[in-house]
Design a protein around this ligand. Structure first.
Ligand SMILES: Nc1ncnc2c1ncn2[C@@H]1O[C@H](COP(=O)(O)OP(=O)(O)O)[C@@H](O)[C@H]1O
Ligand SMILES: [Mg+2]
Length: 236
């Protein structure tokens, strides 16, 4: 469970990214975050892995208050929140495989688990046959799949995607969306920020809408929890 209580974010220059935003997400939910450019979507997502700190309010993840985490504990939070951005950065002269493997080397996943985890991640995104390619040899859509494999290889309970389909043509975007759905059905919570209303209206899920930093809609109609027995899987 992730709970935002009265979260506001005022940036140093006086801009408000979020204003008094409260909501709760159960493990295994799929949630869209929508709103115009500047509405606060990225600010909201940055709260999940403490890339930005709220100015006021409290965020609970499982039973841990994110703001109370000491700086030397934040890595534990970050390991539980896979992040996919609009633009993917890769190690340029390494293969897709090595790019995914690199993430494991930065965590304490035992080495004997690496091969299976990497195989599973590549299989989920359908890119095993492309594992030896350099990422620049792949299409933007294929690169996105590698970025997703990289984000899920450590099996984080939560996956955050910020405009992950923005640079893609419609067909590849839908392809990637279906992939996020598939990952969600495996039990991962997915929080997906987008300004693409076509997508949101095609694959209907719970939708949080922001406007000028305010949460103006929490539409549960399309939403459902993929896991029948949702439980907190965060490890602190
Ligand atoms: N680092 C920052 N410093 C100052 N203002 C910021 C910063 N990041 C975002 N903002 C402001 O916060 C508001 C929300 O921005 P953002 O979260 O990026 O919106 P979105 O992702 O929906 O486009 C905007 O007014 C933006 O200018
Ligand atoms: Mg943004």
């Amino acid at each position: 469970m992730i709970k935002f209580t009265h979260i506001s974010k005022k940036y140093d220059n006086g801009n408000y990214g979020l204003k008094d935003v409260s909501f709760k997400i159960e493990q295994g939910e799929f949630v869209y975050v929508v709103g115009k450019s500047g509405a606060g979507k990225s600010t909201l997502l940055k709260m999940f892995n403490r890339e930005e700190m709220p100015t006021s309010g409290e965020i609970l993840m499982g039973n841990v208050k994110i703001s109370r985490l000491k700086n030397n504990q934040v890595y534990k939070l970050r390991r539980q929140v896979g992040v996919i951005r609009q633009k993917d950065l890769f190690l340029p002269n390494r293969s897709a495989y090595e790019n995914v493997e690199y993430v494991l080397s930065a965590c304490d996943v035992p080495k004997e688990e690496w091969d299976k985890r990497i195989l599973d991640a590549f299989t989920t995104v359908g890119m095993w046959n492309f594992r030896e390619h350099r990422t620049y040899e792949l299409s933007i859509g294929q690169q996105k799949k590698i970025a997703i494999a990289r984000a899920i290889v450590t099996s984080p309970p939560v996956l955050i995607a910020d405009e992950a389909t923005a640079n893609l043509d419609n067909r590849s975007a839908m392809d990637i969306m279906k992939l996020f759905n598939k990952i969600n059905r495996q039990g991962m919570t997915v929080v997906f920020a987008t300004h693409d209303s076509t997508m949101v209206n095609t694959l209907r899920r719970r939708t949080l809408e922001l406007s000028y930093g305010n949460l103006i809609r929490d539409d549960r109609k399309g939403g459902y929890s993929a896991t029948n027995d949702p439980k907190n899987v965060y490890v602190w």
